[in-house]
Design a protein around this ligand. Structure first.
Ligand SMILES: *Cc1c(COP(=O)(O)O)cnc(C)c1O
Length: 402
């Protein structure tokens, strides 16, 4: 982690700036800082590993900070939004609306109307949504662009969060798609293709490859039910990042090789001109972010050391282990101005009055004092906007892109 960010004189740097100086620049702790260069580099690694005819979309819900989305727009091909609010931020970047997709269950009539008016692609999650999109098209006088989000019959193992296969609130069950397409055939909906998203946070290349293979076969089968071959194929994503000491990073080269083969052998022979996309959130931004807190108090309780910091689970819920994790493990964290290997077993806790607010459970750290900075890594995705910021009524932390 430290290597990716860099260090000077034993102090962590973020975007080349020593973290204590960055804290002074930001003016308040806690704060989130995202490293622009790391996002750029991550996208370059993806481009180098993946087939050149696969486009990359940024799933904004991972981190919708407007400056970051603006940067993502310059290095990626598309933006994927999951609410009317995200749609506005995406459109503000100046991206071609043709390069925005809108997924997610429970899109309201208002959101669908906004999406149709904007000219973005709606990933339909149900038959009712299809009818609402049609109505919106009538009202606005624009032909809605849609793809059908498919809930596949297969399940992808090894995902941190499964979002396809079995009974799901997401998408239309694979077996019901032909009937839906038949219903939509003579309507004014322009069905461009399909979207399949099976799950999130997967670290196993061979499983991702199998999922992509099954997804492509599914899309090819469903494509035969369209009047013309699918023009849009969104293969989902699910690329994971390592959060804990024992997790190995995803073998991106292996994923790339697998997808190159799938494209060449299966997809391109049948759909030579289709737009093919992967949509990724955490893989693009998760590792590029840190959450920086300051030690407010330090004490020993019955032999155990506690550092109490000014942030906590209300900003970085996932690091406390309460964001869907089954077993709580520590996210990597350091003392920002002392990166030496410490041996003081330390509990790092947040400032909320609940035992759930635990950031580090008996972590070996160097000696630290009140006023020192505790930096939590892997904070670029599902941090601030995925946390209960109103819990205990503390101020909302600043976010910076450096
Ligand atoms: C959440 C989500 C993503 C992004 O998932 P990551 O694990 O952040 O890559 C992509 N597509 C859809 C449809 C999603 O709901």
């Amino acid at each position: 982690m430290v290597d990716r960010f860099g260090a000077t004189d034993g102090t962590l740097t973020v975007g080349g700036i020593p973290v204590d100086r960055l804290a002074a620049r930001v003016g308040s702790t806690p704060f989130f800082a995202y490293d622009r260069a790391q996002i750029t580099q991550r996208v370059a690694e993806l481009r180098a590993a993946l087939p050149s005819d696969v486009e990359l979309s940024y799933a904004m819900k991972a981190n919708p900070m407007p400056a970051l989305v603006q940067h993502a727009r310059t290095v990626l091909d598309c933006l994927d939004v999951a609410s009317g609010g995200e749609l506005r931020v995406a459109l503000d970047t100046g991206i071609d609306p043709g390069d925005i997709s809108f997924a997610g269950p429970g899109k309201t009539v208002d959101e669908l109307t906004q999406a149709v008016a904007a000219g973005v692609l709606i990933e339909l999650e149900s038959e009712l949504e299809a009818r609402r999109a049609l109505d919106a098209g009538d009202r606005v006088g624009v032909r809605p662009r849609v793809a059908v989000r498919v809930n596949p019959s297969f399940e992808v193992k090894g995902s941190g969060m499964r979002m396809g296969g079995g009974p799901q609130q997401f998408g239309v069950d694979e077996e019901d798609v032909p009937a839906l397409l038949a219903q939509l055939r003579d309507t004014d909906l322009d069905v461009e293709g399909f979207h399949v998203f099976s799950g999130s946070q997967n670290l196993r290349a061979e499983i991702l490859t199998t999922a992509q293979e099954l997804t492509v076969d599914l899309v090819l089968r469903l494509s035969e039910h369209l009047d013309q071959p699918a023009r849009y194929v969104n293969l989902g994503g699910g690329f994971g990042i390592p959060y804990y000491a024992k997790e190995a990073p995803l073998d991106l080269a292996q994923v790339g090789d697998g997808l190159r083969r799938i494209m060449a052998e299966r997809l391109r022979p049948q759909l030579p001109d289709a737009r093919v996309l992967l949509e990724l959130g955490r893989y693009i931004v998760g590792e590029a972010g840190v959450y920086v807190t300051r030690v407010v108090d330090s004490k020993v309780s019955r032999g155990q050391r506690f550092l109490i910091v000014d942030g906590g689970m209300h900003h970085q819920l996932a690091a406390s282990g309460n964001f869907g994790q089954v077993i709580r493990r520590n996210y990597p964290l350091v003392i920002g101005t002392d990166l030496s290997a410490g041996d003081v077993e330390t509990n790092v806790v947040g400032c909320l009055c609940t035992p759930l607010d635990l950031l580090g459970d008996r972590v070996p750290l160097p000696d630290a004092e009140v006023g020192d900075l505790v930096v939590v890594f892997q904070a670029g995705a599902y941090g601030l906007t995925a946390s209960p910021t109103a819990f205990l009524s503390h101020p909302t932390p600043v976010e910076v892109l450096v």
